[in-house]
Design a protein around this ligand. Structure first.
Ligand SMILES: [Ca+2]
Length: 391
């Protein structure tokens, strides 16, 4: 595949040296390995190319077995979040600020645009700000609870805002948490309610790496907040911060033990899959990928950017699925039982559907909804991935 062309679409993402390294290791048929000093648990593992796009449901925890189209007509959908009844989902478009209500039968309706939104791209550079994450209240029913939360970029910074959604349209915009620094990219942007009922938020370092190590800053963090935008009770530092030392954290998902996992976009060397624990320091900018710096928490898996640039994650039957942009594939990363380890990752659909960003588990089913990304105005689709789990 034309990796150099892909990399060229992301100026500054991969240097010439990195491309040369990746080209060399790909020629050898191996996933690039970490430097000799890297800690073993997080080392990228060799992946057999022959394993790609297989999957007959024989893996413990299941594997993808079929893909069908749910709906089309989207333009760069950023995230998918199901309403609590599991019968429909909301999806956001980053650059148009539109919010679509998509039913399981594939019908869709435009329910509004999020006001005060701005994009961060200019004519020459791609930016990743705009309308980002969406998370309905866990008790949303459209009547007594109509709250839906969004993360978006505004003229003054990134913020969490709340709107009312009655099942037909959005109204009553209310800022919830403001003052998250924005930049052209490194804006984070995923939001999700945890099993504890609090809202978790990923924020990027906004191109100021030292903010990730500043526990008083909202940037380069995973935040844990109330629906009023206050620090959630029990946070490790008594403020909004749940974990720190993040560069551009993206997807959030909880496993069967209620543990939080997050995918993170690194710089030129490694992207990461992290097991998130309160108060831990995930290393940026001292560490990118696995390292041996005291006090830093290493990722459970790391990828070379050409294989990943991860976006969102979802857990089905104790397996973490990771959508990727530059990698243009869906990674399957099995959790090793109830341990802190993961098994051997496997990639599916390389370059079949192009860049993959939005991803969500369908409540109550062994299915994912996954959206294509950047095929052109009105040309992106939401796909249904069926996971076959053998007992
Ligand atoms: Ca890290």
């Amino acid at each position: 595949m034309l990796r150099s062309t892909r990399a060229a679409l992301h100026p500054g993402r991969l240097g010439t040296a990195s491309l040369a390294l990746i080209a060399t290791t790909l020629a050898a048929g191996l996933t690039p390995m970490p430097s000799a000093g890297a800690a073993q648990p997080a080392a990228p593992r060799a992946v057999s190319r022959a394993a790609d796009s297989q999957g007959q449901g024989s893996e413990p925890g299941g594997a993808p077995t079929s893909v069908t189209e749910i709906a089309d007509g989207f333009t760069e959908p950023w995230t998918i979040s199901f309403l609590p009844d599991g019968q429909s989902a909301l999806t956001t478009e980053r650059n148009s600020f539109k919010v679509w209500h998509v039913l399981r039968d594939g019908s869709k309706e435009l329910v509004g645009r999020i006001p005060h939104s701005v994009v961060t791209a200019d004519e020459k550079t791609k930016g990743d700000g705009g309308l980002l994450g969406v998370a309905p209240s866990p008790t949303w029913d459209g009547v007594t609870d109509q709250d839906v939360f969004f993360m978006h970029t505004t003229a003054t910074g990134n913020r969490i805002a709340k709107m009312r959604f009655d099942g037909a349209s959005l109204s009553d915009y209310t800022p919830v948490l403001t003052g998250i620094r924005k930049a052209r990219d490194h804006n984070g942007g995923k939001i999700a309610f945890g099993p504890d009922g609090y809202l978790y938020v990923t924020t990027g370092d906004a191109w100021v790496p030292e903010l990730a190590q500043d526990k008083e800053s909202l940037n380069g963090k995973i935040l844990r907040i109330t629906t009023r935008g206050e620090p959630a009770p029990g946070n490790p530092f008594g403020n909004h911060v749940y974990s720190y030392g993040h560069r551009n954290p993206q997807g959030l998902a909880w496993d069967r033990r209620g543990r939080l996992w997050s995918a993170e976009i690194g710089d030129e060397k490694y992207d990461e899959l992290n097991l998130i624990k309160p108060g831990k320091n995930y290393g940026w900018p001292a560490c990118e990928g696995p390292c041996r710096v005291e006090g830093m928490t290493n990722p459970k898996h790391a990828w070379r950017p050409a294989e990943a640039v991860p976006s969102q994650i979802a857990v089905v039957s104790n397996v973490i699925y990771v959508s990727t942009l530059l990698g243009s594939q869906l990674w399957r990363v099995p959790i090793d039982g109830d341990s802190d380890r993961v098994g051997v990752p496997r990639a599916y659909y390389r370059d079949v559907y192009g860049r993959l960003r939005a991803l969500a588990k369908v409540p109550g089913k062994d299915q994912l909804w996954m959206a294509t990304n950047a095929h052109g105005p009105g040309k992106d689709k939401i796909l249904k991935v069926t996971i076959t789990v053998q007992e």
